[in-house]
Design a protein around this ligand. Structure first.
Ligand SMILES: Cc1cc2nc3c(=O)[nH]c(=O)nc-3n(C[C@H](O)[C@H](O)[C@H](O)COP(=O)(O)OP(=O)(O)OC[C@H]3O[C@@H](n4cnc5c(N)ncnc54)[C@H](O)[C@@H]3O)c2cc1C
Length: 308
């Protein structure tokens, strides 16, 4: 196994990780960024309307490509592989990718985001149960489709709005009486006639052979019944991506990484940025801001180490 030395090792090629790379390089740190196709969850955002400076919004995919190119132009290296393991060895971080090489760094940033949770039901893995409306929504174009979105937050609203342009009708199904989305999303939804909101309704079963064909739901008003659907899009919760961390570290009960005000985790020299950390805003702008701060804190940490 060969060993390669860098200053800052970043896990995650979403907006948090790529911004950390941009700032890391500009602060003079030799930076390497592990992850698959650059962009992370930006690719799920059809039109990002709340990122300052883009008055008409910007496609998530385009913003992802721009941050990638900008950080690469500053010299950040992207081997285009995920990190299999991050270890702590003699005060240094060792990152193991898929090709057997060990990348050693004085500081590391975890910016690996989070993945959507599946329905805890039998047959919840049938074909047609999806998580990304931009990626999988077009499969239902011109099919007079009925699509269900399960969830009630801004992500669920975004899925419903994207799918309403493709499907005949979109059923927005959520357990609670009230939705968790903000007023801007609620107002966009109310303007779409083919989005039907079904509150106080719980999905209790999935039916189908290979493809999803119907959902069994329990509603406070109508009792238990079945709805025929052509596809389902889930937005019911998240699980932070931290399985590759090969050491003990403080987390919230939901698995998010705890950090101090410099975004350092409970392990000295390890920082967390974006959706993977304990925050109350899971947004592109805050992920970028986290990435910048984590890189700055990492540079200070490394300088401290060197000085010592
Ligand atoms: C449908 C949808 C709509 C949204 N709409 C908006 C919106 O309108 N406005 C807004 O501000 N935000 C929106 N968001 C939220 C926004 O996308 C996230 O807050 C943001 O992408 C978080 O950035 P991140 O870099 O922390 O994580 P992510 O974007 O999730 O990127 C993390 C990356 O790390 C990778 N990774 C995971 N494990 C490893 C590993 N072991 N090694 C290397 N890489 C790994 C992942 O594959 C991923 O590429 C939306 C999200 C969704 C799903």
């Amino acid at each position: 196994m060969s060993l390669e030395q860098c200053d800052l090792l970043i896990a995650g090629t979403g907006p948090a990780g790529m911004t950390a790379a941009l700032y890391g390089q500009r602060l003079g740190l030799k930076t390497i960024v592990f992850g698959d196709i650059p962009g992370g969850n930006l690719y799920m955002i059809e039109r990002l309307a709340n990122f300052p400076g883009f008055t008409d919004g910007i496609a998530g995919m385009e913003l992802g490509a721009r941050i990638f190119q900008q950080s690469q132009a500053e010299g950040a290296r992207y081997p285009m592989e995920r990190l299999e393991k991050l270890q702590r060895v003699n005060g240094m971080f060792h990152g193991l990718g898929g090709n057997g090489q060990i990348h050693r760094a004085s500081a590391a940033v975890v910016a690996t985001g989070r993945v959507p949770i599946r329905l805890p039901l039998e047959k919840a893995n049938l074909k047609g149960v999806n998580f990304c409306s931009i990626c999988d929504g077009p499969l239902y174009r011109n099919k007079n489709a009925t699509l269900a979105v399960v969830g009630s937050d801004n992500t669920a609203a975004q899925h419903a709005l994207t799918l309403a342009k493709i499907a005949a009708r979109v059923l927005l199904i959520h357990r609670s009486a009230k939705t968790k989305m903000d007023a801007a999303h609620a107002s966009l939804l109310s303007g779409r006639e083919n989005i039907i909101t079904m509150g106080e309704t719980e999905v209790i079963g999935c039916q189908g052979l290979d493809m999803i064909e119907s959902l069994r739901v329990r509603s406070s008003l109508r009792g238990t019944y079945e709805i025929a659907v052509d596809g389902v899009f889930l937005a019911i919760g998240w699980r932070p991506n931290t399985d590759f961390l090969d050491f003990q570290i403080d987390k919230t009960p939901a698995g998010y990484l705890k950090t101090d005000s410099n975004l350092m985790t409970s392990l000295s020299g390890l920082f967390a940025a974006g959706d993977v950390r304990d925050t109350d805003m899971w947004q592109v702008l805050t992920a970028c801001a986290d990435g910048a701060r984590a890189a700055k804190s990492a540079a200070a940490h490394i300088a401290g180490i060197s000085a010592g």
